[in-house]
Design a protein around this ligand. Sequence first.
Ligand code: PBG
Length: 329
Amino acid sequence: MIITGKYPNLRMRRSRKTDWSRRLVQENNLSYNDLILPVFITDGSNKKISIKTMPGVYRYSIDRLGHIVDKSLKKKIPMIAIFPQTNSKLKDSTGSEALNDNNLVCRAIKYIKKKYKNEIGIMCDVALDPYTSHGHDGLLKNKNIVNDETVDVLVQQSILQASMGCDVIAPSDMMDGRIGKIRSGLDKYNLKDVQIISYAVKYASSYYGPFRDAVGSKGALKGDKKTYQMDFKNSDEALREVALDIKEGADMVMVKPGMPYLDVIKNVKDKFKIPVIAYQVSGEYSLIKNAISKKIIDKKSIYETLMSFKRAGANAIVSYFADQIDLDF
Ligand code: PBG
């Protein structure tokens, strides 16, 4: 029960009257420490390719990653998340390119680690969708995404990325039991300090469209991901997913997408008190970006959305806006 005064003794507007007073009573804050920047990578050299459905976001060839890392370091963004656009010639039904120790992601990790050591964190997705000809996150057998066989491959993918120098393994596939298996796989290979951010609560969402365009899995995807990603009608189920992943060894958990799921972020934070990461996904980004460029809303709306994640209880936010904004607002 909150005890409060009564009008006219209490006037809530008194503390809103001046800028200094508003700053004094402000409950939440946003800094670059709260942001993770997703970076799309592509083959070739000297490339910075725009993505039609994500204005202002680019795919970089590895030799141009230095520029984006330097920019992130200057702003003190703690971590980048790498996503590959795999040449369609390298895709097959089992996503075998995921286990190639010279694939795009492996080369990018090595490049960044060699140049920047531990100055910035590197997070990598664990899932097969950038590599499969059918665009699914797992192995497809008799029209089913098979769970346990997929997990075996994800464990190998995790060990490979971690041994290249990836700091944070982020399984985004939603297979059952993968966090525990990945943790013990990493430990067996003496990769005990590699962290796991589990995409514990990932909904089957329409907001991933531009991302799938960016990594080139959109055209490839057959059907939908509803047999493994969560139903957006549910929230109790999210808590069960998080409980399982914590028990299996997740260091942090992700809720994804972001804005339509603020209630879930808050529930997870309140119930489990562990680091929660919100993912402001590609569709959310493009909606806001397009509305700003058409002058429908002001660019300050970006801070408003990012702050909503902090208010809900997120410790950090994966956002394509991370390198575009100026936090002196
Ligand atoms: C791959 C993956 C997806 C996203 C992150 N990792 C797409 C999907 O599951 O289909 C979406 C990110 C975004 O939309 O910004 N498993």
